[in-house]
Write a protein that binds this ligand. Structure first.
Ligand code: ARG
Length: 588
């Protein structure tokens, strides 16, 4: 379906043409002065030079030609030569009616969908999720959903960190504590136990202990590196232990991500490409891309146009061990082979920007991808506390994601039960739903690349640019619709009517912008655009609501038009929050 603004521009272009001017001058934009008009066109200003004519004359000619339009209610030429535009109520109503009947409210689907892999989450096995992992999961989930809504075929992959030194560290520490475990007996031939010899909380304690020991004790680190090597070369007992670590850890991760309403199609990890690496290395050597430098195997990735130093991409360390680079490149190779994606999108902290630049260049240079394969890294900023420093616990430690979520849940519960009688169970449930909206909206409403301040008081507020405010608006609409139902009114099958007030028209104009907004949120991988849109939409709805007696309205025609408008508003808001990755409760 054509976009609303394009239809208006089309009409304005016709008027320019009919007046003898270049039709491309007729581009219309949203008004900078909503107090004066709804839309504006500055084409007459640009035309002045071209036609050696005062802009106001051109604007006057064009305005004259707009008189009999079905689109324009009024077009005013104002000095020095702007065109101030208002559109006809009937035109808006027609457009919204088409939107209501179209799939996805008239968002055009691609002729040929792209296949896209979104690599996000990226937690490391055996380490608890902390707030640093929040953004990758939340933003990645939304980007995946936006692309899917836009009609593409999208695969989300968690890309677990499950293969490096951290695994060797855990195994080493386990051996230190329980040297008699059968996994460490080289002569053991039998089956290994089904039960892991540790719980998730033990595991989460073992890793940091091992990590700090290795920093102080060189011999310990040596042992951990050796354990990593033994694991990677397939020593049975080490593999069995590793499987336990993965199982215990993944069970816990699944629970955590489920609480965040984040879900992955693939639970692959760095380890999955272990067998791909030798072939890839061989290929890179044979084709002459990779060479030995100081004992390590590297691929040069600098380009003539570089203004900063881009170091070579290291494929193998001098001891032959693979690196983070290596698994990422092998994963690209594997993904191309298995899924042949058109686009690969990665979400990590923006401190990995240079790293991904190297990896992408290397993948292109070594032809692991097609020339037209798009590789995109979205580097996000840091989540800071109110002091402007990276978010910490009150004691100054790293905050676990679970603790953060719990804290917001409790805060929401307090707000929901404040001065009100709500059943405990329902209040807890609602608090969870609203808390998730608070967290996700708080994050997503900022441009991903920027740092932001995680301000619990602000994010959990029911007023202002927050998740709870959006949910509150949706719940308000649902409650009005319920009241009308209780009165015996019908909800479905009503027809939109022409707006009878400014606030109603403003709401309708806001709705009309949906498909253009969604398209640009996809093109620019920008969830914050959806947040900005629903905030404006919620504001427009609430203005209309405060000025209009909907439930008590006696004119049945008017009322039925409003029911249709309410439904459309609710559906668009709910579609948007679903794409952002959260939901609204029935009541709150
Ligand atoms: N596990 C990595 C980390 O903690 C993030 C993984 C991101 N994805 C990737 N394909 N490199 O930094």
């Amino acid at each position: 379906m054509k976009k609303f603004l394009d239809l208006i521009s089309e009409e304005m272009k016709n008027a320019f043409e009919a007046s003898g001017y270049d039709r491309e001058l007729g581009k219309v934009t949203l008004s900078n002065r909503p107090d004066l008009c709804e839309y504006q066109c500055n084409g007459a200003m640009a035309g002045a030079k071209l036609y050696k004519k005062a802009p106001i004359m051109i604007a006057g000619d064009v305005a004259e030609k707009c008189k009999d339009s079905n689109v324009f209610l009024s077009v005013e030429a104002v000095p020095p030569g702007f065109l101030n535009i208002k559109v006809k109520e009937s035109f808006v109503t027609d457009y919204l009616t088409q939107m209501s009947n179209a799939t996805k409210f008239g968002l055009d689907m691609p002729e040929k969908p792209n296949r896209i892999i979104v690599d996000y989450g990226g937690p490391n096995v055996a380490k608890p999720l902390h707030v640093g992992h929040l953004r990758s999961g939340v933003i990645g989930e939304s980007i995946k959903r936006i692309a899917r809504y836009a009609g593409h075929e999208v695969i989300g992959d968690i890309h677990l960190g499950d293969w490096g030194l951290q695994m060797g560290l855990i195994i080493t520490e386990l051996k230190e504590r329980q040297p008699d475990l059968v996994y460490f007996d080289d002569d053991y031939q039998g089956e290994y136990p089904k039960e892991a010899p540790f719980t998730i909380s033990e595991l989460e304690e073992i890793y940091p202990t091992a990590s700090s020991k290795s920093k102080e004790d060189a011999a310990y680190k040596e042992r951990a590196m050796e354990a990593t090597f033994k694991l990677q070369s397939g020593v049975r007992g080490y593999r069995a232990l590793w499987n336990h670590i993965i199982d215990v850890s993944v069970t816990d991760l699944k629970r955590n991500y489920q609480n965040l309403n984040v879900d992955f199609d693939l639970w692959k990890g760095e380890s999955d490409v272990h067998d791909v690496i030798p072939g890839m290395v061989e290929y890179m050597k044979k084709e002459g891309y990779a060479y030995i430098s100081d004992g390590a195997l590297v691929v040069d990735v600098k380009e003539e146009t570089d203004t900063k130093e881009i170091p070579p991409c290291m494929i193998l360390k001098s001891d032959g061990a693979s690196l983070y680079n290596t698994t990422d490149l092998a994963t690209i190779m594997e993904r191309m082979r298995e899924y042949h994606p058109d686009r690969l999108i990665y979400l990590t902290d923006k401190r990995q920007e240079l790293y991904f630049e190297q990896v992408f260049r290397c993948a292109r240079k070594t032809k692991l991808v097609e020339p037209e394969t798009e590789l995109l890294h979205i580097g996000f900023g840091t989540m800071n506390g109110k002091d402007g420093k990276p978010f910490k616990t009150r004691e100054g430690g790293v905050m676990r994601l679970e603790s953060l979520i719990e804290e917001i849940n409790d805060e929401m519960y307090r707000k929901i039960t404040d001065n009100r009688q709500v059943e405990e169970e329902e209040a807890r449930q609602t608090a969870k739903v609203v808390a998730l909206a608070a967290i996700k909206y708080g994050d997503l409403s900022n441009q991903a690349s920027k740092d932001y301040i995680f301000d619990i008081d602000k994010f959990t507020s029911f007023e202002g640019d927050t998740g709870p405010y959006i949910l509150y608006t949706i719940v308000r609409i649902k409650s009005i619709l319920n009241k009308i139902k209780e009165q015996g009114g019908t909800i479905e099958g009503n027809v939109l009517k022409e707006a009878c007030s400014d606030s109603e028209k403003a709401l309708m104009l806001e709705i009309a912008g949906f498909n253009a907004m969604m398209e640009s949120a996809y093109m620019e991988t920008a969830p914050h655009k959806i947040c900005a849109y629903i905030y404006e939409l919620a504001n427009a709805f609430n203005r209309f609501y405060h000025e209009t007696k909907i439930v008590a309205q006696e004119d049945a025609g008017k009322k039925s038009g409003w029911v249709a408008l309410l439904l459309l508003t609710r559906d668009i808001l709910e579609t948007c929050i679903d794409v952002l990755g959260f939901t609204a409760p029935e009541r709150m």
